[in-house]
Design a protein around this ligand. Sequence first.
Ligand code: G6P
Length: 610
Amino acid sequence: MCGIIGYIGNKKAGPILLDGLKKLEYRGYDSSGIAVIDGGVISVIKSVGMIEALDEKCSGGELLNGTVGIGHTRWATHGAPSDVNSHPHLSSDKRFAIVHNGIIENFESLRTELKSLGYKFVGETDSEVIAKLIQHLYNGNIISALRAVIDRLEGSYAVGIISADKPDTLYAIRKDNPLVVGLGNGENFIASDYTAALEHTKRFVLLDDKEIAEITATSTKFYDINGKLVKKTPYTIEWNIEEAQKGGYNHFMLKEIYEQPKALTRTLRPRISGDEIKLDKIEFDAEHLSSVERIDIIGCGSAYHAGIVGRSFIEKHCRIPVNNFLASEYIYSDPITGPKTLTIIISQSGETADTLAALKLAHSRGSKTLAVVNVVQSAIARAADDVLYTHAGPEIAVATTKGYTTQIVALYLIGLKMALKKGTITTKRYKELIRGLTKLPDKVEDMLLETEVEKIKEYAEKFYNHKCVFFMGRGTDYAASLEGALKLKEISYIHAEAYAAGELKHGTISLIEDDTLTLALVTQEKLYHKMESNIKAVKARGGTVIALASRANSKIKSCSDLLLTIPECDDDISPVLTAVQLQLFAYYVALKRGCEIDKPRNLAKSVTVE
Ligand code: G6P
């Protein structure tokens, strides 16, 4: 989705903006642009395609003089990717330039109104109305104009604004779309996410809905919709810039796969002290817990899959029925929820529009909401009653890896803590699982050794040309298969499908023919014989099977064609380990196919519009 960076300081803005835009590339985009004020005049340069094209057009930003500016990466929604539709957009008198993330829902009526007043529109975007509307409502006081703009806009927006009348000030407004103000030394920033400004500062202030930021190189002021000054407390982001850079890896995705031992440690370590689980401020009040009759786990994409893994674990140990919902389905389903339902919302970015809407809906119906989120102070983290941060660190590759495995581990911690409180788990089993969890980071480390990865590379080489790959498993292995298939299709563009192995005979078996590749996940000891029959059924129809099983499972080798292994681990928490093998498999297949691994076509990292 679109990205915003804004700069004000004493350095040349162009190169800083371009650099910020490069950091935002991962969000997905199809055009980009920057606007800088110099001598009371706003200059704009835009380009369709990769940022390199913009970079070339403005000589790395050097072509534009001036120390105040805004930049944007656009992911087309209204109007095709083109120079006129790219941001920044100018007001008709060229005195204002704006960049916008989100969707202005009433843009058509505003456009008609402004056109009738003589304003000329050059493109088809909803965003252009904002620039024209600011000009129209401006009466010499920009803060008043922006308050009036907020009053007129419907939909979601994060907007960065510069004005030729106030060449030493940068403005921002927002509603339902993320925007942070980065605080530097003699310079300040606005950004749609931390990574764009992280190289310059770790101190941020979050702009709240319908607030206005007025920023100079050395000061920040915030106003509410009534024009009243609002006091804000800055916070520090514990991410470092190295985590948001490739650091010698060819792709962010590979780097993030290799960061999993560290990321998992960060999710686990602060929460486990001896045999005790401390979930930050989350206590699970015994009275509330005893009243909870159901848990709904909601997310999109991989976060939804993490929820499915979490469901098996929580149901098994807490003896509470758990439902999984895709956020986009939940919000239009008139869900049955209320005070007796606990809603767990999962989101790496904390900004996914559907997930946020689901949270608000559950909340409005009286359900307590608990968010499992990576990005600190994100919209979902702030809207939920309770939040458990995964602390995975910045995730740049569109296809999530460490974001997903840390979500699973967070759900395990939640499940264990609730189970102990409810008395539905024995102390022995609880301790076993705690021990299992604390060993996970080392086990992942072990799997990432070069010798272990060689086999995956070999299989990728062998199968990268396949048109279709199936993933199958039972129980928690089925949940893990869903994510394995999603990873492969997202980055390699191979059709991949996961199915519960017991369903094979109810349809999928008709697709098995000579050489069809199936990855069979076999980590659940009690289901081993069932899986063995499923593998045999695939092989009997000419299919090739790679089994993914525990190193301790020596029997599986004889019934499958090829084998991938995970270190021995408790069956209940194996999806974290199988995920790593499946991520690597998808990565090396996509690499072999020459795909754009970090930025797969048509996909965006953070889906902030419905
Ligand atoms: C996009 C990303 C996925 C992610 C999903 C949910 O589709 O490409 O990797 O799983 O959004 O994102 P969230 O930030 O809410 O976890």
